[in-house]
Design a protein around this ligand. Structure first.
Ligand SMILES: Cc1cc2nc3c(=O)[nH]c(=O)nc-3n(C[C@H](O)[C@H](O)[C@H](O)COP(=O)(O)OP(=O)(O)OC[C@H]3O[C@@H](n4cnc5c(N)ncnc54)[C@H](O)[C@@H]3O)c2cc1C
Length: 461
């Protein structure tokens, strides 16, 4: 059975639910909600809706379910795998107006937020109370989108990813039923962990409207270092050794020479064009951090580092991290007329050096331009492989290169996606990565969403 269309009748019913000012069928609005940050083809939804309450979403889902109309939740559209692109049309639910911080409980280190709250705004607010929510995807993402993709970032090696911070949530199921999952307790052994099921489900199982997050105290002290090497292998071997030495870095990022070049240009930096590690430690005392720094320096020297600049001031450290966060924008600006395939495979740390070397080899072998960087400390390789926009032959070549990189990771006990999710581009790897348990995933999907209305065309082929 095909999907239903949003006709005048449905638009009238939607207006009754949310009011006419909170739905739009305007072309520019539909265009804005038909693409994300990936190279996947755009697809306009038929209508965009801005709900304000779970009860409204419940009524919308009941309507959509009756008519089998696709519904795609929309955070900020910063995904890089086509995750929020409404590939089957239908309704897009934007969380732009569900952006309230509902309750801060400093004594419990917890905050309850609506799904549309932006991560950056939340962290700005929390900093006034000496608190923060650590997963940091770099882009201006919403909490709902971070839950959807189980986002993480540069601090994951120390603090974990989004799933480690979700205590409980309110979800509207495709049937329209509103459920509450989880508690405010720091730990629980009670029943199936449904929160973890919804985290990373990319809007395919239900709509998350409210989330209670665990928080951390802002660190009192930090230490940052920039280390450069003559070869990428020396840098990646250093990463494995730092992680194995019992140290607990907050961030350990790799940037290859092309990445340093493009970032230098974009951010007006003057870093030497060499394979580089950005390292950061958080702690409670500068004495302990200095001891950590000595160990790091020794490991770097053992791996023939050429340049080691540590303890750089807060301003310079912020500038460097900003540069790291803007790698994607720097690549875009430095390569007009191209689109990039973003790779985010993750492997066990002992295989990281091989993974990076393989990524570089694939680029060379295929004669493609690309950038190699990543959250090295968590074994997460990022590559952006470039192709001329609109050139089908080139797109296939780029995709072929991506497949070679992902296959390498899977064969070494890794994953096709460390943080960006499956979306459209990684569906083809699901069987290889999950084997027989893929069947169970599909059964869960069928149980919760028998008509397949939630973000169809994603996750499964
Ligand atoms: C420059 C750049 C850097 C990035 N760096 C990182 C990084 O370091 N780490 C990382 O993890 N990601 C990174 N990303 C990817 C992206 O920012 C994250 O995946 C982010 O979590 C997406 O959030 P969003 O609000 O934009 O969600 P969207 O892209 O709008 O949606 C993401 C998914 O969640 C679903 N969804 C959204 N809201 C809800 C809801 N309320 N209920 C249920 N499902 C929902 C959507 O349907 C979709 O499947 C980066 C992106 C860019 C552009």
């Amino acid at each position: 059975m095909g999907y239903g269309k949003v006709t005048k009748k449905e638009l009238d019913l939607l207006r009754k639910i949310v009011g006419s000012e909170r739905i739009s069928t305007g072309k520019s609005v539909l265009d804005l909600h038909g693409k994300d940050e990936s190279f996947h083809p755009k697809r306009r939804p038929e209508v965009v809706i801005w709900p304000l309450r779970a009860e409204e979403i419940s009524r919308i889902l009941k309507l959509a379910n009756r008519k089998r109309i696709p519904v795609t939740p929309w955070g900020a559209g910063t995904s890089v795998e086509g995750n929020p692109i409404p590939v089957k049309g239908g309704m897009v639910l934007s969380f732009e107006q569900m952006n309230h911080i509902l309750e801060l409980r400093t004594e419990d280190l917890q905050v309850r937020v609506e799904a549309g709250v932006l991560d950056k705004e939340l962290n700005q607010y929390l900093s006034r109370y000496g608190l923060f929510f650590p997963p940091d995807p770099g882009a201006s993402a919403t909490i709902g989108g971070m839950v959807g993709n189980n986002a993480s970032g540069i601090r994951t090696i120390k603090y974990g990813s989004t799933k480690d911070f979700v205590l409980n949530m309110v979800v509207v199921l495709p049937s329209g039923e509103i459920i509450h999952s989880g508690t405010n307790a720091m730990k629980s052994s009670s029943g199936y962990d449904l929160c973890r099921l919804f985290v990373g489900s990319e809007g395919t199982l239900g709509v998350v409207t409210e989330v209670t997050l665990r928080l951390m105290g802002l660190p009192a002290e930090f230490m940052a270092a920039v280390v450069q090497f003559s070869a990428v292998r020396e840098a990646t071997d250093t990463v494995s050794m730092i992680m194995r030495s019992g140290l607990s870095p907050t961030a350990l990022e790799l940037l290859d020479v092309p990445t340093i070049q493009v970032v230098n240009q974009y951010k007006k930096l003057s870093l030497e064009e060499r394979p580089t590690l950005f390292i950061e430690f958080h702690g409670t005392s500068s004495v302990a951090l200095k001891e950590d720094l000595e160990v790091v320096k020794e490991i770097c020297t053992d791996h023939h580092s050429l340049w080691f600049n540590a303890g750089i001031g807060r301003e310079e450290r912020n500038r460097l991290w900003e540069a790291r966060h803007e790698v994607h924008d720097a690549i875009k600006a430095g390569n007009p007329g191209t689109s990039s395939l973003v790779i985010d495979t993750a492997v066990p740390i002992s295989r990281y050096s091989e993974m990076v070397a393989w990524g570089q080899k694939v680029l060379e072998k295929k004669g493609l331009k690309g950038y190699v960087f990543g959250h090295a400390g968590s074994g997460n390789l990022h590559m952006e492989i470039l192709g001329i926009t609109g050139n089908e032959k080139e797109r296939l070549k780029v995709e072929g290169a991506g497949e070679e990189v992902v296959s390498f990771a899977l064969e070494r006990g890794g994953t096709a996606t460390g943080e960006h999710g499956i979306g459209i581009g990684k569906k083809k790897f699901m069987k290889r990565e999950h084997g027989e348990s893929l069947k169970l995933m599909k059964q869960i999907k069928e149980l919760l969403d028998p008509k397949g209305i939630m973000n169809p065309g994603k996750m499964f082929e």
